[in-house]
Write a protein that binds this ligand. Structure first.
Ligand SMILES: Cc1cc2nc3c(=O)[nH]c(=O)nc-3n(C[C@H](O)[C@H](O)[C@H](O)COP(=O)(O)O)c2cc1C
Length: 194
């Protein structure tokens, strides 16, 4: 590979103190340590209306949806820390994916913002399963969009006590597992990008 892999990392929550956003930062740190250039974003910084084809026909793609889609296009890999809502992904994350999946011109190839990407996923929840059930759904969604899903994933249970206010994981073993997730993606991209 001629240059460092570029990774986009974010949590799938709009909550200000999101456990998942904190997890995204830790995984991003691991990816950086492994040689990737990582951009961490927060979905709450993007003004994305609830996707509707009527809205799209009448107003086109909102500026922030274009901005998010362009970030996806400009990176080689994704780290997504996904909250579990009712055993699945959050509406905010699915809505973001739906906007990013849309073509801006008639001749744009389908799903261009996902093409050739690889991803790792993780989750954090105050519950005992750490959001594991939602990860199964997210893996399916992203895989169906053509993203290469690395098998590694981590679910952090009891997130309210596992993560402190500064976003650190109290258990060093758990912290190194999340960092390793980012490092694994960076390592994979280094091997597979030309
Ligand atoms: C609508 C809703 C549904 C939820 N469903 C689940 C669930 O199925 N499993 C779970 O472990 N936690 C569930 N939770 C709790 C979330 O895991 C918790 O709010 C968590 O903090 C969300 O992630 P965040 O901190 O990144 O925002 C739910 C929360 C909401 C608001």
């Amino acid at each position: 590979m001629s240059s460092q892999p570029r990774i986009l990392a974010f949590g799938g929550s709009l909550r200000r103190q999101s456990f998942n956003q904190k997890l995204a930062y830790i995984a991003a740190d691991g990816a950086r340590q492994a040689g990737a250039v990582v951009t961490v974003i927060a979905l709450s910084d993007f003004d994305l209306p609830l996707f509707s084809e009527d809205f799209e026909t009448e107003h086109g793609m909102p500026a922030d949806a274009k901005r998010l889609k362009s970030l996806f296009r400009d990176h080689d890999g994704l780290i997504i820390a996904s909250p579990e809502y009712n055993s699945s992904v959050s509406g905010a994350l699915k809505n973001a994916i739906d906007w990013v999946s849309r073509a801006e011109t008639e001749d744009e190839p389908a799903l261009v913002a996902f093409a050739g990407k690889s991803a790792v996923i993780c989750s954090a929840s105050p519950g005992g399963l750490g959001g594991l059930r939602g990860l199964t759904h997210l893996r399916d969604i992203l895989g169906n969009l053509g993203i290469t899903m690395l098998p590694d994933q981590v679910a952090v249970a009891s997130a309210h006590s596992a993560l402190d206010a500064d976003g650190n994981l109290a258990d060093p073993k758990q912290a190194s597992k999340i960092r390793a997730l980012g490092a694994t993606l960076a390592g994979h991209l280094k091997k597979h990008l030309v």
